[in-house]
Design a protein around this ligand. Structure first.
Ligand SMILES: C[S@@+](CC[C@H](N)C(=O)[O-])C[C@H]1O[C@@H](n2cnc3c(N)ncnc32)[C@H](O)[C@@H]1O
Length: 323
């Protein structure tokens, strides 16, 4: 098998700018971010500037030697260090960008896009925006004809998110993705005040149950509420609050675990390291006004709502006293 020699392959045409994908093809341009990967797996993100030098512990390399080349090449620094050069993928960008708050990891952003069914043209409300990692995936999924209304109550995090989203989608003259609007404020107050309706509401915050009424009032019938919570106590409280509200289907809760595999000749085995836990996800669908989902036929597990349970309790669930 052989590859086409670089000299004979034409440059790739750029991705249409009005797709707002945050992706470029073709020769690397000044002002673009690239990612350098050394032999030990260390990553460096640099913004290309004509005339500038990037200093590594294996000597320097001139940005001019990268500008104008098609990504996917190896460059050697002045003291012989080899670096692989690519534009960063969205999944790489969000884990290396500056952070104000913890980010939604790419494996979970993928689950949210798939199971909260984020579609081109959708109106998605999200809070909090934190560092803007999930925002980037949501914007990618709704596209320029959709809308992502992000709410963040801390101005300093909103600033970090503006910079990160701006950097990823990088419009001309600091223009940001046309589907994005960011409101600094508490979703529980600011969303009802906006009068907005939405197809999806995604909650990534410490107390998502405090925003459930606002989410329920904003969602169109058939819409989806999705919460991303780090602990089992948050998971329980959110799920029970959704049940207590009564205007949603039975909530679905899950987590995803991703395990890398080492594949080398006859040594094919799971990797030794993995991220053990990020967060749990919960989704439920909004019923039409005045409609209730059928009650669960199954009785709660014995003791599930016993005297020790102090969380939200749907009206039809009595205290389960020991026999
Ligand atoms: C874990 S961070 C969100 C991370 C973000 N989803 C990302 O992927 O980068 C949680 C954020 O929610 C914000 N927050 C908490 N409660 C909120 C509320 N009721 N309305 C708006 N923002 C809220 C916090 O200030 C914090 O920045």
């Amino acid at each position: 098998m052989s590859d086409t020699p670089a000299e004979t392959s034409p440059n790739a045409p750029d991705v249409a700018p009005d797709a707002w994908s945050g992706v470029h093809r073709g020769p690397l341009r000044p002002g673009e971010w690239v990612r350098l990967l050394d032999g030990k797996g260390r990553r460096h993100n640099i913004c290309l500037e004509p005339g500038k030098t990037f200093h590594t512990n294996r000597g320097g390399m001139s940005h001019d030697d990268l500008i104008g080349r098609e990504e996917g090449f190896t460059i050697v620094s002045s003291s012989g260090g080899e670096y692989l050069v690519f534009r960063p993928l969205l999944s790489e960008f969000v884990v290396s960008m500056p952070r104000g708050a913890a980010v939604v990891y790419p494996k979970d952003a993928a689950q949210i896009v798939a199971f909260a069914d984020i579609f081109p043209g959708a109106h998605v409300v999200e809070a909090g925006v934190g560092s803007g990692a999930l925002t980037c995936s949501l914007l990618r999924a709704v596209g320029p004809f959709g809308r992502v209304s992000s709410y963040e109550r801390r101005e300093e995090f909103a600033d970090v998110a503006r910079r990160n989203v701006g950097q990823f989608f990088g419009g001309p003259e600091g223009e940001t993705h046309p589907a994005w609007e960011l409101t600094v404020g508490d979703l529980a107050e600011a969303l009802p005040a906006s009068g907005d309706r939405a197809d999806r509401v995604i909650l990534d915050m410490l107390a998502p149950w405090e925003c459930l009424d606002a989410a329920a009032d904003a969602l169109w019938p058939g819409g989806i509420v999705c919460a991303y919570v780090a602990t089992t106590t948050q998971l329980s409280r959110f799920v029970e609050t959704v049940r207590l509200h009564g205007g949603f289907t039975e909530p679905q809760a899950w987590e995803s675990l991703v395990r890398d595999w080492h594949v080398e000749g006859l040594a094919v085995r799971p990797g030794h390291k993995m991220i053990g836990h990020t967060a749990f996800l919960v989704t439920a669908r909004r019923m039409a006004p005045g409609e209730k989902a059928p009650m669960k036929k199954r009785r709660p597990a014995p003791g599930a709502y016993g005297p020790d349970y102090t969380g939200p309790r749907p009206a039809d669930v009595p205290v389960d006293l020991p026999e």
